[in-house]
Ligand binder design. Structure first.
Ligand SMILES: C[S@@+](CC[C@H](N)C(=O)[O-])C[C@H]1O[C@@H](n2cnc3c(N)ncnc32)[C@H](O)[C@@H]1O
Length: 389
């Protein structure tokens, strides 16, 4: 029997699509096609498991089932009821539906979810006199319904909980970064783990932890092991174990990661999270104002996510960013620094010319991710280059 080929869609954040494309090519995905906030690809069941277990920049892996044109709720109900649901669900299984709508004809997601649930229930009742139940928290099958105008795309959610839930975060600070976003930011910097990685405003430690998982090649799923596909009827446990055994870490012990914060509570939380991720011993933690942080020498990488200002006056925030710029200029010669922030006004006060400026989103907030080169002589050389241009 030939292996079944799945068409899959990995969802991600705006701005991380290219990284996700390379991650997918790296695990052997076929027909990789970049979409908006998503990437379509194909592969066998092993690749489906591997995508969930290893992709750092994917939020979910959906497996499309059918696409229909539907004008109203009657048509929606009819096409759902007509599907062969017994291929995917037994009477003992549970299911849940999540609808996402961008349509004039369908405007209430709860209502659409209810209609789909009724159609599935009626399909089973007609044939077997009973039906599988709904479980919104821990269903055996999560069904994703996306309606854009009149096009309904039904998919199965193979991830279950979103993939940013890596399983290591047991404590969080006031404004923790999403783990998928943090992993994407680190990959965007191109950090190659040859020099030190520093986050002197580490909060709950998301950036240092994700940096280490990347450098040590520890899969983001190594702690979690809980995925939607593991409750599917066709789940192959041996195959999953094979994926896990093939995707181990690289055992390096020479990677230098430094995490500090002015808040002792934040550093305590970051340490707890790192311990839970089984990488605590690789991180050098300290509690201090960034002005008192002494960076290790070498060509290092700084990645920070300072406060955006929800709880601070703009003037104080501007002063904080000026302080960050001064610290970078004074003590981080030889480094490359990246600052991620939604506060564009404050970013202007860093007082360094960004070599690159990327746009990303943190939830609905537009953010800038700015690169500053602090290499010795880099400014003079750039000036010279400009004169010769
Ligand atoms: C937006 S949070 C960082 C969140 C972090 N990336 C995470 O994922 O949890 C900003 C952090 O900057 C820290 N901070 C603010 N002022 C600081 C200073 N002067 N020196 C060091 N850290 C500071 C705060 O305590 C807070 O933890």
């Amino acid at each position: 029997m030939p292996e079944k080929t799945y068409i899959m869609v990995a969802k991600t954040f705006y701005g991380l699509e290219d990284l996700l494309v390379s991650e997918l090519k790296g695990i052997g995905a076929g027909n990789v096609q970049k979409l908006n906030r998503a990437v379509r690809f194909s592969g066998d069941k092993k690749l489906l498991y591997k995508a969930n277990y290893t992709l750092r920049t994917a939020l979910k892996i959906l497996v499309p089932l059918e696409t229909y044109e539907v004008r109203d709720e009657k048509e929606l109900y009819a096409c759902i009821r007509g599907l062969r649901w017994e291929d995917y669900l037994s009477l003992k299984d549970t299911f849940a539906i999540e609808a996402v709508l961008r349509s004039d004809a369908f405007t209430h997601s709860r209502y659409v979810e209810q209609k789909i649930k009724d159609a599935i229930a009626d399909h089973f009742r007609d044939r077997y006199g009973e039906r599988p139940s709904v479980d919104l928290n821990d269903p055996a099958l999560r069904i994703h319904a996306n309606i854009v105008n009149n096009t309904l795309r039904l998919s199965f959610d193979s991830s279950g909980d979103a993939l940013f839930k890596r399983g290591y975060r047991i404590g969080q600070g006031a404004a923790p970064l999403n783990e998928v976003l943090a992993a994407g930011l680190i990959q965007l910097t191109g950090w190659d783990a040859a020099g030190p990685f520093v986050d002197f405003m580490c909060g709950s430690g998301t950036l240092p932890v994700e940096a280490l998982l990347l450098a040590l090649k520890i899969p983001p799923g190594a702690i979690r092991h809980d995925y939607g596909f593991r409750k599917w009827r066709d789940y192959d446990h041996k195959l999953y174990e094979q994926v896990v055994s093939e995707c181990g870490g690289n055992g390096r012990s020479d990677i230098q990661v430094y995490a500090s914060d002015i808040s002792s509570v934040a550093v305590h939380t970051a340490r707890k999270n790192a311990r839970h991720a089984k990488i605590e011993k690789h991180i050098n933690f300290s509690v201090c104002h960034f002005n008192d942080f002494s960076p290790p020498s070498g060509r290092g990488m700084v990645v920070i996510n300072p406060p955006y200002g929800e709880r601070m006056k703009q003037d104080n925030l501007n002063a904080l960013y000026t302080g960050i710029g001064n610290k970078l200029k004074k003590d981080f010669t030889g480094y490359e620094a990246w600052i991620f922030s939604a506060n564009r006004e404050a970013l202007k006060h860093v007082g360094l010319h960004p070599a690159r400026r990327l746009t990303l989103y943190n939830g609905p907030m537009e953010c800038k991710f700015q690169q500053y080169l602090l290499y010795e002589g880099s400014r003079k050389e750039r000036k010279k280059e400009r004169i010769h241009d």
